[in-house]
Ligand binder design. Structure first.
Ligand code: NDP
Length: 375
């Protein structure tokens, strides 16, 4: 509309020359790795709200959700989030840009952006309903970004935000942990060697917790170097038995899911506020399978039933979710610059090798993060 164009003009009044296209990896439909397409003509992102910034991306990080979203995972709920009034036709999300982690430099700020300015080096975890970081530029709101740690290169910085924001949401917001209440707490991380695990171990150790992790035997040294106090190998037999012989836990972070919740809650200290927080939830699958309304009802019913079932045994059952948060990243940035948390980059790919990076992700067995250098 005329009004919208007027606003655009005002927001960009300081810009001399506007770019309209940029290089990016996009998908035009959901599917396997063959749907990934490189283009030099992706739409250049525009500032639509005055609290947004345009960032030039230096490095992007991948997460399991990128592989999932390439195949259509979460498509119904994410479409609803992008277009809440359902004004657009199906498929309006395409061409879709994947990539949830980014580290880069601010090129332009909307009129209401106060805390950041052009040329600031920033990092962010991009919510799955927004265009991702496998592109030269991205638009985000100022409350989703944070100043990148000075100690890290862009490549290293791109390995942290999504797993950090997820760990923060699960452990702090849902689990009730903080830097002031972790000392002597016993925490169990199911699945310690991947992206979330390698970050969560370091954050919890920095806060003084005692951390036990499960991982495969060949990752034991790796997780110990990150600070794990006790390691249980899941490849040499069921972990329930060795774990049940240990002192009980104050909190369990479950990055594995599946069968784990059948036994994991018995490892918690009962009637002490102890919590089991799982990141492996059926939330997006339910809405993909059943549609938004039924999927949400099904999800609410499932989580309420499970929470109640465990509450009567004196332990708390919770689902954890990624949540974008610039302020959480600010705190993590300080921890990184204080030498308490390091980036764990397993493999780095160039911008031309994005399909190889996805192949690597699909093989599983991550030992930290996969990063793509954009520029
Ligand atoms: P990664 O792929 O980076 O890591 C998974 C790790 O788990 C690998 O190191 C793998 O190594 C290990 N693993 C696999 N099976 C087991 C097992 N039975 N016991 C112990 N370790 C195991 O994933 P992320 O860390 O990024 O994410 C973890 C999970 O959390 C994923 O399912 C992801 O989808 C989910 N998640 C959910 C979010 C939400 O909003 N709810 C947000 C972020 C993540 P190996 O196979 O060699 O043992």
């Amino acid at each position: 509309s005329v009004c919208w164009h007027g606003r655009q003009k005002r927001l960009f009044s300081t810009t001399k020359r506007r770019m309209t296209i940029m290089p990016a990896w996009v998908i035009d439909k959901y599917g396997g790795n063959d749907v990934l397409r490189f283009t030099k003509n992706a739409s250049f992102p525009v500032i639509t709200y005055p609290n947004e910034v345009i960032i030039k991306v230096n490095a992007a990080g991948l997460n399991p959700i990128d592989v999932g979203m390439r195949g259509g995972y979460g498509a119904s709920s994410l479409s609803m989030k992008r277009d809440p009034l359902n004004l657009n036709q199906n498929g309006m999300e395409f061409p879709l840009i994947l990539g949830r982690d980014m580290s880069g430099v601010i090129m332009e700020c909307g009129l209401d952006v106060k805390y950041f300015t052009e040329k600031d080096e920033v990092w962010a975890a991009i919510p799955p309903w927004k265009q991702g970081s496998l592109a030269e530029f991205v638009v985000l709101s100022a409350n989703e970004i944070s100043r990148k740690p000075k100690l890290l290169s862009h490549r290293e910085a791109a390995a942290i935000p999504y797993v950090a924001a997820t760990s923060w949401s699960a452990l702090v917001n849902t689990g009730g942990l903080s830097k002031d209440n972790c000392a002597k707490k016993r925490i169990l991380i199911l699945g310690g060697s991947g992206g979330v695990g390698t970050f969560a171990i370091q954050m919890l150790k920095a806060w003084g917790a005692h951390v036990t992790v499960t991982c495969s035997q060949n990752a034991e040294r790796f997780v110990r170097e990150l600070g794990a106090d006790h390691v249980v190998d899941y490849t040499s037999g069921p972990v329930e038995k060795p774990l049940s012989e240990l002192e009980k836990f104050d909190l369990i972070l479950d990055n594995v899911g599946g069968e784990t919740e059948r036994w994991a809650l018995t490892l918690l200290k009962p009637w002490s506020g102890a919590k089991y927080v799982t990141l492996v939830t059926p939330f997006l699958q339910n809405t993909d399978l059943l549609g938004i309304a039924d999927g949400m009802m099904q999800t609410a019913a499932t989580v309420a039933t499970k929470a109640l079932k465990h509450l009567v045994k004196g332990v708390h059952y919770r689902w954890g979710f990624f949540a974008p948060s610039g302020p959480a990243l600010d705190e993590i940035s300080e921890m990184v610059d204080a030498g308490q948390i390091r980036a764990v980059v397993e493999e780095t790919f160039s911008f031309s090798q994005v399909p190889h990076a996805f192949e690597k992700m699909e093989k599983g067995h991550a030992r930290g993060k996969t990063v793509v250098l954009i520029s």
